[in-house]
Design a protein around this ligand. Sequence first.
Ligand code: PEP
Length: 260
Amino acid sequence: MDQRDFVIAGNWKMHKTVEESKVFMHDFKPYLKNNRCKIILFVPYTNIESCVKLSAKTDICVGAQNFHWEDSGAFTGEISIKMLSGLGVKNYLVGHSERRRCFGETDDVINRKIKKAVSEDVSIVLCVGETHQQRESGAAIESVISQVKEGLSGINNINTSKIYIAYEPVWAIGTGRVANPQEVNQMCGCIRTCISDGWGAGTGEKFKILYGGSVDRKTCREFLLMSDINGVLVGGASLDPDEFGGIIGVANDILNEGND
Ligand code: PEP
């Protein structure tokens, strides 16, 4: 399953009560027929237990949006992989720009989390992206590649079915401003080269890189057709089962077209 061609991930952020997530699961499941993509839904902690139950025997992997790098300790308000594993969570989001911006997460903190995730053999999506100001000043590539290198520093082997990167320009997240697919593809190519340089050409070739930033079912196709883009990370549009299901449909159509 992990080696499927596209990774389609949803990030619910701080949205949906348990009841609302049950309604979502009910309405979303019909879109999973003949699915060939890896689907991850990063839901709030409070919804994990019910979403794991409701997604049993489906292609949906339920993930957590954050975790602490220790197993336990005096860290009020934090939750560890050890605790989440007990609920059946195997997928984690790391370094989302909202965590970096609103909660002061640094590359060092993100690197600690990634090291912990690797030692626990769970899957992660590492989010990287430049701010509007960095893009305007010509520092976008430098900033993104630095986040990749710092985040993955000290990771000797990359298991490409367990570590993914989502390139999410900060100015495109939740703003309705979708980035230019060619420019995104270029950036994803730079990320791939960085992975090849650091961990070998074979790893770079297999490595999955997602795009995130105001993607919906109308805009996703252009990104998914790009040579260096292997999936999408979807925020706002993942809250609506028809919209998120529509994206899964487009991704599967592309995979099926490739087989004609
Ligand atoms: C996100 O939360 O990672 C994201 C890309 O959000 P949105 O799709 O709403 O821009």
